[in-house]
Ligand binder design. Structure first.
Ligand code: DGY
Length: 326
């Protein structure tokens, strides 16, 4: 019997790819850049499954172009705001994602950004390479202490909680905001619930861990920045559009806040003519928070397992729209 046909939208880590090839006749997009939407439409025609990344727009039109053969959409990411899940559900299509495996890796990276921003690690390296390190300087490249500071966590799901755990080792005061207050965790995690306004006003570091939806899009806007301390440092490892980039530019330029370290931007990649790139008080790695060897391998194998289950007509081990099974 011929194997089911699938399209994989990029070269994923080897282990995951091997699993895909075992169960399917797979076409794998080999380029560094994602397939343009029009090409994607061509590639998915008549496939049984598609393994996608957060850079692929998976909308109702694409699902219809793929046609009746399409049985599963498997995303190699925990976030899936690039996929029209409602349209998938209407068509009875399960959508898979890769939750859990990247929690600690992403929290580690949020912590790396927080430490690097506070203690000016990247600026220090540039300073040395530019030949400006002439002597030990009593006021050279000073920054705020991390230990003992107040950390505001916006979004207290898995990753937000993992960041709180790291903060306890630094004797920080941790406050959090989430649409669901987690009183059950507060004592154990040493975290207190705070209204957003309070969190903005009292935090030395604000780290974003909410998902992107209609409520959180541009939630960090001029009004939010206006409430923050001028010494505040903003960390974003969630999704770029949670922060309004124009408001961020104004806030950093006018000293409304001190610094931003963003692994994610709006848009991605950030255009080279973005005014944000003219500022010194911003750190902009290219969306790599989950990029540890171990985690990316696990994400690939989880995505392959979801794909394989969907092709078999079995329930996906990690499904974002389980209502399709009702
Ligand atoms: C995700 O999985 O949603 C991350 O943003 C990429 O690792």
């Amino acid at each position: 019997m011929p194997k089911p046909k699938v399209f994989v939208t990029r070269l994923i880590p080897q282990k995951g790819l091997e699993m895909v090839h075992e169960v399917a006749d797979a076409e794998v997009w080999q380029e560094e850049l994602p397939p343009p939407y029009e090409v994607l439409l061509e590639k998915v025609k008549g496939v049984d499954g598609v393994l996608t990344l957060l850079t692929d727009k998976i909308d109702a039109n694409l699902m219809d172009v793929a046609g009746k053969s399409l049985k599963v959409i498997s995303q190699m990411a925990v976030g899936y705001d690039n996929i029209d899940v409602r349209a998938a559900t209407e068509r009875g299509l399960p959508v898979g994602n890769t939750p859990g495996v990247l929690t600690d890796t992403t929290a580690d990276f949020a912590w790396a950004l927080l430490m690097a921003a506070a203690r000016r690690v990247v600026e220090g390296d540039r300073f040395t390479r530019a030949g400006r390190w002439k002597t030990w300087g009593p006021t050279l490249l000073m920054g705020p202490d991390v230990h003992g500071a107040t950390l505001g966590i916006v979004g207290f799901g898995r990753i937000g909680q993992a960041v709180a755990k790291r903060a306890s080792g630094f004797d920080m005061r941790v406050i959090y905001n989430d649409r669901n207050r987690r009183e059950d965790l507060e004592k154990a995690m040493g975290a207190q619930y705070a209204a957003l306004d309070t969190l903005y006003a009292e935090s030395d570091f604000i780290t974003l861990h909410t998902d992107l939806n209609d409520t959180t899009r541009h939630m960090i806007d001029d009004a939010a920045f206006a409430r923050m301390k001028p010494t505040a440092i903003l960390i974003n490892t969630a999704r770029g559009p949670i922060v309004d980039p124009n408001a961020l530019h104004r806030a950093l330029k006018d000293g409304r806040i001190a610094y931003a370290a963003l692994d994610v931007t709006e848009p991605e990649p950030i255009p080279l003519d973005s005014p944000l790139l003219t500022l010194d008080n911003i750190l902009l790695p290219p969306h790599i928070a989950s990029a540890s060897f171990q985690t990316r391998n696990k994400m690939a194998t989880m995505a392959a397992a979801n794909l394989a289950a969907g092709l078999n007509g079995a329930r996906l081990p990690n499904c974002v729209n389980p209502e399709v099974y009702k």
